[in-house]
Design a protein around this ligand. Structure first.
Ligand SMILES: Cc1cc2nc3c(=O)[nH]c(=O)nc-3n(C[C@H](O)[C@H](O)[C@H](O)COP(=O)(O)O)c2cc1C
Length: 401
């Protein structure tokens, strides 16, 4: 496929809410149609700002927050609803499996004018939630799913906040739900649906099954479909659009340690050549800015030292250095840094002219494991029509997915 062929068929992605009185709500027309995936422990304000500096105007989703924790006033959860002053489309993911709690959470976010867009997570494969019937188990209960989305849309419309939904293909090969899930979310008033093209059982391996995205696009009309899974470089995104007919793409692990992927995506979707991967020197400059921003972020959030910021930065180091031939000792030293001065000194000691190894952008980063054993509550499949709410309301922290 030529880039020109791809661009002619593609158009901006509208994520736009409506208000109760029918007037237009908050919204954005996103070009190129690219969304940063919510990633727990990663997509906080400093990370999003960094990504935005490479690709202004796209949608960058904050980390998932737990609806119940917000409603019950958990201060840590509350502090996660943080956006940069220049972040004009404040997007956030919400996890909830009780329609009443979800509606109250959206009401808090709307009445306090904290966000412009809410994405609902129905794909979390974490055992601690599916075991209780939450997360990726919710789509099996179509009525409950519908009530949750309707509750969010109802509350969202009081403030003009658009609601979108993100989900996986299903639990496993026998329990595929994504087509029904897409229709239910659409009928309940969601404005886009995004498919992470794996089952919960697959977790993060093997490869995402893009054919499911094509199937969703073909079988669920009247709502934009976003594809997600294994976009590691700009060309993958164009290929996904072309092969599946989806309306936009969601970028997860491909941007870990590689925020310039958003610049590459903007270039590729606009038919411009994509720049070659940065040399190590440029990567190190970005790393230092990222470390500084993380420290500042945690200070702004009430920390009086930099330990949390630097500890958080360490996990990004491995991702930034993936594919650069710096050797295991340097990687280990970065993984153990405890001050910004150490980061700077280590960076200064390296050969800045080192280039990424061939194929380096495709080297795995972030979660790679799978399959996993997905446990559902005893007898769960015998009562799929009921509206019984999963007993996961008191969970306050979780890594989504
Ligand atoms: C560290 C990490 C945290 C994640 N947290 C969430 C989350 O909170 N909510 C969610 O819907 N998906 C979460 N995901 C899944 C991603 O949003 C995305 O669906 C998945 O990584 C597949 O896309 P990719 O192949 O581009 O990475 C997470 C993924 C990673 C790697």
């Amino acid at each position: 496929m030529s880039t020109a062929a791809a661009t002619t068929a593609m158009k901006p992605l509208a994520i736009r809410g409506t208000t109760t009185d029918g007037s237009p709500g908050r919204g954005i027309d996103v070009w190129p149609p690219v969304v940063l995936a919510p990633m727990a422990g990663v997509t906080n304000a400093p990370f999003r700002s960094l990504c935005r500096s490479f690709g202004p105007g796209l949608v960058y989703v904050n980390e998932m927050i737990m609806a119940a924790a917000l409603v019950y006033g958990n201060s840590r959860t509350r502090s996660m609803v943080t956006f940069a002053p220049d972040e004009h489309f404040r997007s956030m993911q919400l996890y909830g499996s009780d329609p009443v709690i979800v509606e109250r959470a959206v009401d808090i976010l709307g009445s306090e004018n904290l966000v412009d867009h809410i994405d609902l997570n129905f794909g979390c494969p974490a055992a601690k939630v599916t075991r209780k019937g939450g997360g990726a188990a919710v789509p099996l209960k179509k009525n409950l799913l519908s009530e949750i989305v309707r509750a969010a849309v109802r509350a969202g419309s009081r403030y003009g906040i658009p609601i979108t939904c993100k989900f996986r293909m299903g639990i496993n090969e026998e329990l595929m739900t994504f087509i029904d899930t897409g229709k239910i979310c659409r009928d309940a008033g969601a404005v886009t649906i995004a498919l992470h093209a794996r089952t919960a059982q697959q977790h993060y391996a093997p490869s995402a099954r893009w054919e499911a995205i094509a199937q969703l696009k073909q079988q669920v009309d009247g709502i934009p479909v976003l594809g997600n899974g294994d976009i590691w470089c700009a060309d993958d995104a164009l290929r996904m659009m072309h092969e599946t007919g989806c309306d936009g793409v969601v970028i997860g692990r491909g941007c870990l340690g590689k925020p310039w992927l958003f610049r590459d995506l903007v270039d590729a979707f606009n038919g411009r050549p994509v720049r070659s991967a940065p040399l190590l020197g440029e990567v190190l400059d970005v790393m230092i800015s990222h470390a500084e921003a993380l420290m500042q972020h945690h200070r702004d959030n009430g920390r009086n030292d930099d330990t949390k910021g630097i500890r958080e930065f360490r996990k990004h180091c491995g991702w930034y250095l993936t594919g650069y031939p710096v050797g295991p000792d340097v990687r280990r030293q970065f993984a153990e840094v405890s001050t910004l001065e150490e980061v700077r000194a280590l960076a200064a000691s390296l050969d800045h002219s080192l280039a990424l190894v061939a194929g380096g952008e495709r080297l795995p980063r972030g979660h790679t494991n799978g399959p996993i054993n997905v446990v559902l509550p005893h007898g769960y499949l015998d009562h799929l029509d009921d509206l019984q709410v999963p007993d996961d309301a008191m969970l306050t922290t979780m890594s989504g997915g």
